[in-house]
Design a protein around this ligand. Structure first.
Ligand code: GAL
Length: 773
């Protein structure tokens, strides 16, 4: 998808692509590197270069990014004597080794701008300033070391440190956040750089869908440049998908859509993409004055200000209104301007309004999903075969596993090579033991990850938590036998922490204690099993035997007869035909519980459709862009599956037959599972008059009909437009029908010339259209 995404970014008016480098992906085992396929970051940079764009390489190698373990390899954690992200020679040696490798690879390909390549900036560490005090003096020593190391590479382009207010010179400290207009770098000679303008937000299991409006993102960008900003980068411009086990958190979803201008599937997220494209064009038209002009500001009070950038030849102006509810009418250089609340008006010539962040003239695209008609079963049902994950072998034949008289941190036991770790012990209980009772409970103190408990081979229950919860207690009544009893706990990580001071030390798995508990009268009797002999087994048999792998699919016996429903630890397999066309493909996993899905052997990520998003918090009908954005604003998807659809990149799909394998951990019903494609269903335009043209596009399909059109003061939003009190003399609907129906794209001039004269009593006139693709 790279080339297409980069093209769309360029078309959207971007000049530069910023990317992290993912240490844990590139060095999965110490000194074993992987730069193949989609880990080929050199190829990525060259694709950026081929498109004529600049690049910004954020090496980190700590990145955060809602990425597993913040991008650090977990094997680091298990090196003797290591402490991560501080002045520790073992860590610094590893970090230096990896960073040197990356820089050398880039240098060898001559990709730094100083060598004629596209990379104009590089980053070392990330947001260390936010957490540095927790590391004391060693933190400061570490950041100085990072700066010295970076400098020693002599890459010939500047290094930045994001959120490092004491960045050692010549490191440039930069800002991230929803707004960075009031940020100033610690060196007055440094350019004001915004490394991450959060275009939306990420999602965790149980969270609603976050949305940040196009108006607000544009407002933040325009204000940044009004206030002397030099470089602004969207985080994310395209967030995509956390395939495989790459999602961090714990509990970050597989989708990393982020409500970014290019959505998870690479489609234009309209109107955000287009509204920002127009902003970029206006800003670029002012490049000369912005980069060479003298700056002066007029304060109109009540958070309203004008900023003038003037050279001898020309000038450009910004009129900003940061008041969250009051529109402002101001007199500026002899003219009157109405600047809506929470908006910036840009006057490229200091006279005519070229852009206002609150006036969106770009179409809204409503995306729809359609069934995969290529499948012989009409895409509705797939034919499944299945096989069980056999747990008993693991639970009872544990001789060859490692053991310890303590509960081990999951990271230490697995090196994070799998989500799954078994903790198995046995306990002898006689009937004269004080704890003996038929009312005993098993109590397991977990670290917020999933626990499945088995007693004497019998499933007794599960426990899981949610994002941000790092301790959880599993407690269930258990029936033990007099004599020897087997207790097997399967701990399942849902990604490792990626942020915070010493996040790398956060316990995973079962920290304990693990106890048998009984209440006898006033007395609580506890038998603590934590220091019993525990044996450990990493992973599951089906994962080890690669049930998902195309080559091994033939080897294992799959049962074709009636597949079981709501059976935990079950593998399902089906074949499907490539969905027709070129639209992005999603896998609808409604009905399934939690697990992993593979398409043609590629792990498309963790799925968990039964994790329902919170019921509350979506009650705001129309999302108001005004006022500071935070991730609790403008939410949707309350009470629905946090994530029902899973992206299947077209590049995975073969022309003939394709294979889907699901590993179901909780129990689900695959009969509803199906493939769909995503396309534009309808488009809405809502454009203001004032030298504007409205473009409507159904992408590569024709517009089939116009559902609504009105020029004047139409009301409502896309999908529920209504005529207002003021409506044009000519019939807007037939004008739109003539201009658009049957065409893939049409352009309408939003003016009285097109729609006839109409007096709306000074209220700005708009054209609202809803077209069906
Ligand atoms: C930033 C961090 C990013 C990402 C973002 C939230 O602080 O640098 O990597 O985690 O927060 O999406």
């Amino acid at each position: 998808m790279w080339a297409d995404l980069i093209k769309k970014a360029k078309e959207g008016g971007l000049d530069m692509i910023e990317t992290y480098v993912f240490w844990n992906a590139h060095e999965p085992s110490r000194r074993e590197y992987d730069f193949s396929d989609n880990l080929d970051f050199i190829r990525f940079l060259k694709t950026v270069q081929d498109e004529g764009l600049y690049a910004f390489l954020r090496i980190g190698p700590y990145i955060c990014g809602e990425w597993n373990y913040g991008g650090l390899p977990v094997w680091l954690h298990n090196m003797p004597g290591i402490e991560l992200r501080t002045a520790n020679s073992v860590f610094m040696n590893e970090m230096q080794n990896f960073t040197t490798k990356i820089v050398d690879m880039v240098k060898n390909e001559k990709l730094f701008a100083s060598q004629g390549g596209p990379i104009i900036l590089a980053q070392i560490e990330n947001e260390y300033g936010n957490i540095m005090t927790s590391y004391g003096d060693a933190g400061k020593a570490y950041i100085d070391w990072c700066a010295n190391m970076a400098e020693s590479f002599q890459i010939g382009v500047p290094w930045v440190m994001c959120q490092q207010s004491d960045a050692p010179q010549p490191m440039i400290n930069t800002c991230n956040g929803f707004y960075c207009d009031s940020f100033t770098p610690n060196n007055p000679n440094s350019p004001k750089i915004w490394t991450e303008n959060w275009t939306g937000w990420f999602k965790s299991w149980g969270d609603k869908d976050p949305h940040r409006t196009a108006e607000d993102v544009a407002f933040a960008v325009a204000r940044f440049f009004q206030n002397g900003g030099t470089l602004q980068n969207y985080y994310m411009y395209h967030g995509g998908t956390n395939f495989g086990r790459t999602a961090g958190g714990p509990y970050i979803t597989t989708s990393y859509d982020y409500d970014a201008p290019l959505d998870e599937y690479g489609n234009l997220n309209q109107p955000k993409w287009g509204h920002l494209k127009q902003l970029h064009a206006v800003l670029k038209s002012m490049e000369m004055t912005l980069t060479h002009g003298n700056v002066s500001t007029i304060d109109f009070n009540n958070s309203v200000s004008a900023t003038i950038y003037a050279t001898n030849e020309s000038s450009s102006c910004f009129l900003g209104n940061a008041n969250s509810s009051t529109d402002a009418t101001i007199n500026f250089q002899g003219n009157q301007y109405m600047v809506p609340a929470w908006s910036v008006t840009i006057l490229p010539d200091c006279k005519n309004e070229g852009y206002n962040t609150a006036k969106v003239n770009t179409q809204t695209s409503v995306m729809v999903k359609t069934a995969n008609i290529a499948d012989k079963n009409d895409g509705a049902t797939l034919s499944w075969s299945w096989r069980p994950e056999i747990l008993k072998d693991t639970i009872f034949q544990r001789k060859r596993y490692v053991s310890a008289h303590q509960l081990i941190d999951q990271k230490a036991a697995t090196n994070d090579t799998s989500d799954y770790l078994w903790y198995i012990t046995s306990v002898d209980i006689k009937e004269d033991d004080p704890i003996w009772s038929h009312d005993m409970s098993l109590k397991v103190n977990g670290s917020g990850q999933i626990i499945h408990a088995y007693v004497n081979g019998k499933y007794t229950g599960s426990e899981w938590a949610k994002y941000g919860v790092s301790n959880s207690v599993f407690e269930q009544k258990v029936q033990l036998n007099p004599g020897r009893n087997q207790i097997a706990l399967l701990s399942v990580t849902v990604g490792l922490a990626n942020y915070g001071p010493m996040f790398d030390m956060i316990q995973t798995g079962i920290p304990g204690p693990v106890q048998l508990v009984v209440q006898k009268g006033d007395e609580t009797i506890i038998k603590d099993l934590s220091s019993y002999k525990w044996t450990y087994k990493v992973g599951l048999n089906g994962l080890e035997d690669k049930f998902y792998d195309l080559d091994s699919l033939q080897v294992w016996k799959w049962q074709a007869q009636q597949f079981p429903i709501n059976r935990n630890f079950t593998w399902y397999k089906a074949t499907f035909k490539a969905p027709l066309g070129t639209d992005p493909i999603v896998l609808d996993l409604q009905g399934m519980g939690k697990g992993f899905a593979w398409v043609n052997g590629f792990n498309i990520g963790r799925y968990w459709p039964t994790y329902i998003a919170d019921e509350d918090g979506c009650d705001v009908e129309v999302c108001d862009y005004r006022g500071s954005y935070d991730s609790s604003k403008c939410l949707t998807n309350c009470g629905q599956a946090t994530q029902r659809w899973y992206h299947v990149p077209r590049s995975l799909i073969k022309d003939d037959e394709n294979t889907l394998v699901l590993f179901e951990e909780f129990g689900g019903n695959p009969s509803l599972v199906n493939f769909q494609t995503i396309t534009i269903g309808s488009v809405c335009g809502n454009a203001y008059e004032s030298n504007n043209t409205l473009e409507l596009s159904c992408n590569e399909r024709p517009i089939s009909s116009i559902k609504f059109a009105s020029f004047g003061t139409p009301q409502g939003t896309c999908g529920s437009f209504q005529k207002g009190s003021c409506d044009s003399t000519k019939d807007a609907l037939s004008i739109l029908q003539n201009a658009c129906v049957g065409k893939n794209t049409c352009t309408i001039e939003v003016s009285e010339e097109t729609f006839g004269a109409v007096d709306c009593g000074g209220v700005p006139k708009r054209l609202a259209v809803e077209a069906v693709c």
